[in-house]
Design a protein around this ligand. Structure first.
Ligand code: PXG
Length: 291
């Protein structure tokens, strides 16, 4: 595997950053998780846009333009002969002193890894997933804003640990007001009486790229998506539920905190969205091969 760091490619063994990098010392940096399907990078522009927004929010100047980052991502796929896989784009604050001050870091590290992704088993998409609410509250937007896809994912990791120790793969996180925000690495949707609902971005939900795609695909089925504050009561009484994320794509949810959703099987609208998403990944994205 060839890893991109600041314009150069390194073997896996030689792809390194400093132990003084504030990405490591403080989680000071931002990232994106992107998928490639059938020789195309899916929603690349949207991911780079979000990376720039995350960087701006933490006052980190990306040393590259939008176009340069897109090209570097595609070039990394080419060098790794990646047709289908997972791309991790990381920008750290760079090496500094043993103190918080980001001004002492002068050299942001732009890292691009193009590899494979560990997927949920296909059976899960047929049967649907069971999830639980956890006690770990989603970060408050005045603390670490959940809109920032930062290298500090401890909030999500703590929630994931709670889910895992309870025997589940994914957790619902509530915000400080007790409203549903999102899952540890996925956004959440419900269908109720023919209308789609997902928590508003102000709840602490990441502005998920797959979330946006799902809203578009659902609109294509003639169903609109509202974004009200939602409680667990709303989830428990949903007709259908699914999660969205770059890694997970569209995952049907059939049980929440032991409450059976709908008839306990992936719902008809959910199944259509799963299919429509798969179809879209076959035909859309930035081509990796040189034209
Ligand atoms: N919420 C959070 C907290 C996330 O980290 C999403 C929602 C979904 O956003 P997108 O833009 O992907 O639809 C994410 C994304 C991984 C992995 O390795 C995690 C994500 C994406 C890709 C891979 O677990 N999280």
């Amino acid at each position: 595997m060839k890893v991109y760091i600041n314009g150069k490619f390194y073997s896996e063994q030689n792809a390194k950053v400093s132990v003084f990098d504030h990405g490591l010392l403080y989680g000071d940096g931002v990232f994106e998780g992107i998928r490639a399907y059938h020789g195309r990078v899916f929603k690349l522009k949207e991911h780079i846009d979000r990376l720039f927004c995350s960087a701006r929010a933490i006052l980190l100047d990306l040393p590259m333009t939008h176009a340069e980052l897109m090209e570097a991502t595609i070039e990394t796929c080419r060098r790794n002969k990646l047709n289908d896989g997972y791309i991790r784009l990381v920008v750290t604050r760079g090496a500094g002193t043993l103190g918080l001050n980001p001004n002492r870091c002068s050299n942001p590290q732009v890292i691009i890894i193009a590899g494979k992704i560990q997927l949920y088993p296909p059976s899960l998409y047929k049967k649907g997933m069971e999830i639980v609410t956890v006690a770990t509250t989603r970060n408050h937007h005045n603390a670490v804003n959940p809109a920032i896809k930062s290298l500090n994912y401890l909030n999500n990791i703590l929630a994931k640990i709670e889910a895992n120790t309870a025997g589940y793969e994914e957790a619902i996180m509530l915000n400080a007001e007790g409203y549903v925000a999102e899952c540890t690495g996925d956004n959440i949707f419900i269908l109720k009486d023919g209308q789609m609902f997902t928590p508003p971005l102000s709840s602490g939900a990441l502005h998920g790229i797959t979330r946006g795609t799902a809203i578009d695909l659902v609109a294509g089925l003639g169903i609109s998506t509202a974004e009200p504050n939602m409680t667990r009561y709303d989830l428990y009484n949903a007709d259908e539920c699914f999660l969205t994320g770059t890694g997970a794509e569209i995952v049907p949810v059939v049980k929440i905190d032991q409450r059976v959703i709908g008839n306990g099987k992936p719902g008809p609208v959910t199944k259509k969205v799963v299919k429509a998403y798969q179809e879209l990944t076959k035909v859309s994205g930035e081509p990796i091969a040189k034209r």
